[in-house]
Ligand binder design. Structure first.
Ligand code: SF4
Ligand code: SF4
Length: 438
């Protein structure tokens, strides 16, 4: 190897592959001399497969570099992360690589203690493992479903928010280290959205302030800036109230967006209140059986659960489901979406086998009514994979997630955030079948 890790270049000051951030162990070969490791008080362990390995964090990693560099094992000589490979190939500059490493170390030091607390796991867990666990937990429902929590508060600092789907900047840094989408690809996606935001001006919309606000709010939402989306949405509601009247359907629709973004911005209690107010107004103005009124009832189901009351969410969901079936709307897309929510809240409040049965039944109906590649069908397959693992069959869960992954790569591309998330879910279940360390 030409420029080994931890001797110079970008590796000095990094050490993420040695300090337990990425991996929990590093495998040794029979030909590795363990004497230098033992004299450096490196802890050696035996993997379940019988391989000898260094337990990470490695005690030979001192002062930000390897203290036994000349006699380090083969694996340490051979390993190169994607960033190092890009740097050595000349695709990434020294400044960009160093900046990314510094930002990643700072991000790790902020998020890791909170992730450990949030997931209640061993603090020796590697960051990639924690991140995959987090994604797997959110896979319980659907990566596509509207009402699932999109943000995890990691401790109060505004930057300490990991936006799981779509991946935003903090997650993209972790994804780079974990082998997901490149920062460049994610940056291009964000730049396109920002360009759309800045082109959304009153002049561009022919002086139409309503169009400008609606476009900017929508783009802010896609960028993951839910607070900005909410604030622009409030402006839009005020404008429509003045120009169209408070009971116009477009005013009511804008109120629904504000309610959703309020929740996504971190205030689910207020979101539930706003949805309840809107439901009352839609029932009065549009009638109990109008699609929008039924949509508000569904929103109330989910935000009730997100406020920490899954039993009440399930009760409301089953009540609405009964009404929809009684109205002969069994195959309506809104009814299928509600069944997804009912299955989700069942999963939070009841045993896994019931939840798996609900998702399997839903998948059968979605495959009957929708295309195989429809995002709702794929989302339900993801949930079936998760709950198959949750009932104790990680091998089948891994197989289902892997099959889904192939379809997502074909339909959405390898670097789509949902594809990356399902890939991690497959890896997660694979590890449950075969626990050896990385
Ligand atoms: S994670 Fe990559 S850049 Fe950092 S020390 Fe390891 S090989 Fe070098
Ligand atoms: S021996 Fe050196 S290169 Fe290998 S894990 Fe330990 S500190 Fe890192």
């Amino acid at each position: 190897m030409d420029e080994p890790a931890l001797t110079g270049g970008i590796c000095v000051g990094c050490g993420i592959c040695c300090d337990g951030t990425l991996f929990r162990t590093a495998a040794l070969l029979d030909s590795d001399d363990t004497a230098p490791l033992e004299s450096a008080r490196v802890t050696l362990v035996t993997r379940p497969s019988g391989e000898r390995a260094i337990s990470l964090p490695c005690t030979a990693f001192r002062d930000q570099c390897c203290s036994i560099y000349d006699v380090r094992p083969h694996i340490c000589r051979a390993y190169k992360c994607q960033l190092l490979q890009g740097y050595e190939a000349g695709d990434v500059s020294y400044e960009d690589a160093s900046g990314l490493i510094s930002a990643t170390l700072a991000l790790r030091d902020r998020v890791k203690p909170v992730l450990v607390r949030l997931l209640a796991v061993d603090e020796r867990a590697a960051l990639e493992e924690l991140f995959r666990l987090l994604l797997a937990r959110f896979e319980m429902g659907s990566p596509f479903a509207r009402p699932l929590p999109r943000k995890v508060d990691l401790g109060g600092h505004p930057d300490d928010v990991l936006d799981v789907l779509p991946m935003t900047e903090p997650a993209s840094r972790l994804a780079l280290l974990a082998g997901g989408a490149t920062v460049g690809e994610l940056a291009t996606r964000q730049a396109d959205l920002l360009r759309r935001y800045h082109f959304a001006t009153d002049a561009e919309h022919g002086g139409d302030r309503d169009g400008t606000l609606a476009e900017r709010a929508s783009v802010s939402h896609h960028l993951g800036d839910f607070e900005m989306a909410r604030s622009l949405g409030v402006e839009l509601v005020d404008l429509r109230t003045d120009t169209l009247g408070p009971e116009h359907v477009d005013t009511l629709d804008a109120r629904e967006c504000v309610a959703v973004w309020t929740g996504q911005a971190g205030n689910p209690m207020r979101a539930r209140e706003l949805h309840a107010d809107l439901l009352a107004d839609r029932s009065r103005i549009l009638g109990e059986t109008h699609d929008s009124t039924l949509g508000s009832r569904h929103e109330l189901v989910d935000w009730t659960g997100l406020c920490g009351d899954p039993e009440e969410a399930l009760r409301l969901g089953l009540e609405l489901l009964t009404d929809l079936v009684r109205a002969g709307r069994d195959d309506h897309s809104g009814t299928l979406a509600l069944r997804h929510s009912v299955a989700y809240w069942t999963g939070v409040s009841k045993e896994a086998s019931v939840t798996l049965r609900l998702y399997v039944e839903l998948l059968t109906d979605r495959q009957r009514l929708l295309a195989e590649d429809h995002s709702d069908t794929l989302a339900t397959r993801s949930a079936v994979a998760y709950w198959t693992g949750a009932v104790g069959d990680p091998q089948a869960a891994c197989d289902l997630a892997s099959e889904l992954l192939l379809d997502l790569v074909r339909t959405s591309g390898a670097n789509d955030p949902v594809t990356v998330a399902v890939g991690r879910a497959a890896a997660f279940w694979s590890r449950q079948c075969d626990p050896p360390e990385p």
